[in-house]
Design a protein around this ligand. Structure first.
Ligand SMILES: *Cc1c(COP(=O)(O)O)cnc(C)c1O
Length: 459
């Protein structure tokens, strides 16, 4: 086992001195996280090892305070920095389930959905279609119909969709013209730590900006549609502010063009993409800083162009839900390979968090029942799937641990459950929402019966 200096990484450094004025996306642990006198990690006033005992393992633990805090920071920042009207939407693909839809809507957010299934989930959670925005680069006819019947706003992505929409409207004759935004590719390409601006963009999403004249002409010729505005989304886990600042300029140019053609467009949706901290060295801007750049960018560009202020929308996913969750696992087998590596296996893996194997994503971890011990060993956390690549975390510093200890991986709220699978027929874990010492199931653990629910024998 490799040894490191105890002072190198001490778990308490995961905790922030004053959680209240913190931007959740800059924290490794949820805002309510604390260490109890017995060295246990506590989230939402609940003892993490005890939650695992009660609800089973692995377990997604979602901190309500962090979710609400992130919603409030987005909303308040848009109110503070933008004098026009605004609406923050939660990009529900980050984690779509009824309880989380209802939770963010209770904080006056709307939702963005990208499939009939996500729309269905939102509707079942009683979300008002007036605050639902439906994205997707290949919506089926059935999905378009669903959008038209529910009356949510459609974000049109391509020509086929526009043609199908016109046909559907001719057939269904809706009483009010459907609300439609146009998605354009802005030619701003973001990688996590650098970005480039290109004349056109290699993206499967949205209309090519070179086609804007044609698309706007199509809009002019189809008054049966309520063309409410324009949309763009430049990427995810973005740490720079410049790409979004540039996006505000490009979008106001587009809007100026649309309005000069007499189109009544009055909404701009700037997408999501603000990054979050997964490891100590990540340094994303705060929700407030990001929102200020968006709001002042649009404001100034509109003043320069002498445009009335559009309604401004944004769609954070990861930065809103990611930091709110930790996944708790029970540690099992340990394999020491002298002079090479120590593997600590947990009772989940790529089925509950496919991001490491898919994107080589890095996370932070701690042992929830010995948060007071110094991290003196470098280990590799392995999942239990039949894939050598099923490694959740490579070369992480942890205190000495043994089978039965509870490992937490931090920042697992975004794109974990939503991308989870039943690989190797592992039932999906449960999720609990914690607040002030209270835990509530928001997703039941799958059972073996659930696994064979869709199985049938041929006749
Ligand atoms: C994925 C996505 C988002 C959210 O992105 P995050 O990086 O999670 O904030 C917002 N809008 C659209 C259209 C998306 O596809």
């Amino acid at each position: 086992m490799v040894s490191i200096q105890p002072a190198d990484i001490h778990p308490t450094s995961f905790l922030q001195p004053s959680a209240l004025d913190c931007s959740p996306n800059q924290q490794l642990l949820p805002l309510s996280a604390q260490i109890e006198a017995n060295g246990h990690l506590q989230v939402g006033g609940c003892d993490v090892p005890q939650l695992v005992e009660q609800y089973g393992s692995p377990l997604y633990i979602v901190d309500e305070q962090t979710v609400r805090g992130a919603c409030q920071q987005y909303r308040q920042a848009f109110q503070r920095y933008y004098p026009g009207s605004s609406q923050v939407l939660y990009a529900s693909k980050a984690w779509s389930c009824m309880a989380l839809c209802a939770l963010v809507v209770s904080e006056e957010l709307g939702l963005d959905v990208v499939s009939g299934g996500e729309l269905y989930t939102a509707l079942q959670a009683d979300v008002d279609p007036a605050v639902i925005y439906f994205h997707g680069n290949n919506k089926s006819v059935a999905e378009l119909e669903m959008a038209l019947t529910t009356g949510c706003t459609l974000i049109a992505d391509n020509w086929l969709e526009l043609e199908r929409l016109v046909e559907l409207i001719a057939i269904t004759q809706p009483k009010t013209p459907p609300r439609v935004m146009l998605r354009l590719t802005p030619g701003i390409e973001c990688h996590t730590h650098e970005y480039i601006r290109t004349g056109h963009l290699d993206s499967k999403f949205g209309f090519d900006p070179q086609q804007i004249d044609q698309v706007l002409a199509f809009a002019q010729h189809h008054p049966q549609i309520n063309w409410v505005g324009l949309h763009a989304h430049i990427g995810s886990q973005i740490f720079e502010l410049q790409p979004h600042q540039d996006l505000t300029q490009v979008m106001v140019e587009w809007l100026t063009k649309a309005q000069s053609l007499g189109l009544p467009m009055s909404e701009l949706n700037i997408g999501g993409g603000l990054g979050m901290r997964y490891v100590e060295s990540d340094d994303p801007p705060s929700i407030d800083e990001w929102s200020e750049v968006i709001c002042t960018g649009i404001l100034q560009a509109c003043q320069t162009a002498k445009l009335p202020l559009p309604k401004l929308l944004c769609e954070p996913g990861r930065s809103l839900i990611g930091p709110a969750c930790v996944t708790a696992y029970t540690m099992g087998a340990q394999k020491h390979i002298p002079d090479i590596r120590t593997y600590l296996a947990v009772d989940g893996g790529m089925s509950d968090n496919p991001r490491p194997i898919t994107y080589q994503s890095i996370y932070s971890a701690a042992v929830a029942n010995c948060m007071d011990k110094a991290a003196t060993e470098i280990v590799t956390i392995a999942g239990k799937h039949c894939e050598s690549g099923d490694i959740l975390l490579k070369d992480v510093a942890l205190p000495p641990s043994q089978p039965g200890d509870v490992l937490v991986i931090m920042g697992t709220g975004a794109y974990n459950y939503s991308m989870a699978s039943n690989y190797n027929r592992l039932p999906r874990p449960a999720a609990v929402l914690v607040y002030d010492g209270d835990a509530n199931l928001i997703l039941r653990r799958e059972t073996y019966q659930d696994l064979i629910r869709q199985d049938c024998f041929p006749r």
